[in-house]
Ligand binder design. Structure first.
Ligand code: FES
Length: 234
């Protein structure tokens, strides 16, 4: 398909082309434009839960990971108002969980931490909640710390064992809503599957047991490059 058959749109003053059916997030990525995201993960219907990917189209804020791109759209993405909004969301996520980066095995590979660096978060403007939601260490290879969970649902959509979901929301709603691990299914995960589950989690809520400092601090993914810079280099 050449560009004349594609959807033409503009994002941050850059003229771009998209395949029909692509969301704004996907289309931006394939044109080398990074839209910050957290709950989105390739291969799963986006839950649209984190709101980090907010963009502005015709003066309306829209969620880039769920909104299909359309012909003639003029999209603002990397503008101070949106980056300030994203920074506030990151701060809220930090205070609502126990994100003690220096002691977390996910440090340097954590997308929440990387976004905080990207938006130059110093001290969150909101009070810390220090939740006590409990941990689950019953699985052979998985350590599940609910106090670090940001409720992005990536694990719910993507961590499977024999086509069954290993993680799910508990049945209680409201402020008691949290992600629970099916202990029986989690205990059947292989070491590789447990490592994949750890990688699917954008923070340190799902950790692979016996994986401590496998890569020195300072040599991890976001220690070297800011999150999104791989897309911007395309
Ligand atoms: Fe779009 Fe989370 S990445 S709402």
């Amino acid at each position: 398909m050449d560009n004349t058959e594609k959807i033409k749109f503009v994002i941050d003053d850059k003229v771009c082309y998209a395949e029909p059916g692509q969301t704004i997030l996907e289309a931006a990525k394939s044109n080398g434009v990074y839209i910050p995201s957290l709950c989105y993960i390739e291969g799963v219907k986006p839950p649209g839960s984190c709101r980090i990917c907010n963009v502005r189209v015709n003066n309306r804020n829209l969620i880039a990971c769920t909104t299909p791109v359309a012909e003639g759209m003029i999209i603002d993405n990397d503008i101070p108002e949106l980056n300030e909004l994203r920074k506030a969301i990151v701060e809220m996520l930090f205070v609502s969980g126990n994100h003690f980066c220096p002691g977390c095995e996910k440090s340097g590979n954590c997308e929440l931490q990387a976004l905080a660096y990207r938006f130059q978060m110093m001290v969150p403007r909101f009070p810390y909640e220090f939740p006590e939601k409990g941990v689950n260490a019953t699985s052979k290879y998985i350590f599940h710390d609910r106090n670090r969970c940001i409720m992005c649902k990536r694990c719910i959509g993507k961590v499977m064992k024999d086509e069954k979901h290993v993680f799910a929301y508990n049945s209680r709603g409201g402020e008691h809503l949290h992600v629970v691990m099916d202990e029986e299914l989690a205990s059947q995960l292989t070491e590789e599957e447990a490592t994949e589950a750890m990688d699917i989690c954008p923070v340190g809520a799902i950790l692979k047991k016996e994986r401590g400092y496998y890569s020195p601090i300072g040599h991890r993914k976001y220690d070297k490059e800011s999150i999104g810079s791989d897309i911007e280099k395309k």
